[in-house]
Ligand binder design. Structure first.
Ligand SMILES: [Zn+2]
Ligand SMILES: [Zn+2]
Length: 260
């Protein structure tokens, strides 16, 4: 099951890590999850054809998760896209997307359409069926309405389940969504010495991400969304998660292809 990180940082990027965003794909289709800076260039850097992107899921309305959308939409149009781009978001996030459409305006003189779809805040909601995989969502606990995603690959070439927490404090709905997954991608914005700040900002510590992985019974844990001050000590975040989770814990590399 292939996926890549286009970024692994919290809201402030560093020279080494950009804002957290992901691409899930099969040989036929690419689905983007969140959209930070230079998304068109990131697709090219990741070796993915931007025209194979069918859909974009925007998890929540915080700037670091969606500010690249006008650029992606503009670039795709200039590059001659003719196929509709489907964008999925919660109602609160959709209002921001409508604002983008008015501000720029993204569809003017473009050879393709952007279709917005609302995701209701329900557990196990079937967001989309792509070629070779499907994606479900569930609400998570953050400063803005937000969703975690469960990506299930079921093609002759690829099988397996990857769950992405997006930004959240540890929460039961995400544990349910992640139950038995092959890979849990969980945010670990802070070290546990900052647990109070993590709780007030709707984030998770490395220690807590390990607890979530253990409770959900996942096979492998990949951490992301690190606050910029931790970018040169990500091994400390991994060590914390290892105190509470026995399985493999990884710090992701941007543009590396991951498989189950
Ligand atoms: Zn964020
Ligand atoms: Zn956020």
């Amino acid at each position: 099951m292939p996926f890549q990180f286009f970024g692994t940082s919290g809201a402030i990027p560093s020279a080494a890590r950009d804002n957290t965003a992901l691409a899930f794909y099969s040989s036929d289709e690419v689905v983007l999850v969140d959209c930070s800076g230079s998304p068109y260039q990131k697709l090219l850097k990741g070796g993915l054809d931007p025209m194979r992107v069918s859909s974009l899921i925007v998890t929540h309305r915080h700037v670091d998760h969606l500010y690249g959308i006008p650029s992606l939409a503009h670039n795709m149009g200039l590059a001659g896209r003719r196929v509709t781009l489907h964008v999925y978001a919660l109602p609160e996030t959709r209002r921001i997307l409508n604002g983008f459409m008015d501000l720029f305006p993204l569809e003017e003189n473009m050879p393709y359409r952007i279709e917005l779809h609302e995701i209701p805040p329900k557990e196990g909601y079937p967001v989309l069926q792509a070629k070779g995989f499907r994606i479900q969502s569930a609400p998570v606990k953050h400063g803005a309405p937000n969703i975690g995603l469960r990506v299930e690959f079921a093609s002759p070439q690829e099988r397996g389940v990857v769950v992405y927490s997006s930004d959240t404090s540890p929460c039961p709905s995400l544990i349910t969504l992640a139950r038995g997954a092959d890979i849990l991608i969980h945010e670990a914005t802070f070290l546990h010495s900052e647990a109070a700040r993590a709780a007030s900002d709707g984030h998770t510590t490395g220690y807590q991400a390990g607890e979530v992985a253990a409770q959900a019974g996942v096979k492998r844990l990949i951490l992301c969304h690190f606050v910029d001050s931790l970018h040169d000590q990500v091994d400390a975040v991994r060590s914390e998660a290892r105190q509470t989770y026995d399985g493999p814990v990884e710090i992701p590399e941007e543009f590396r292809e991951y498989r189950v």
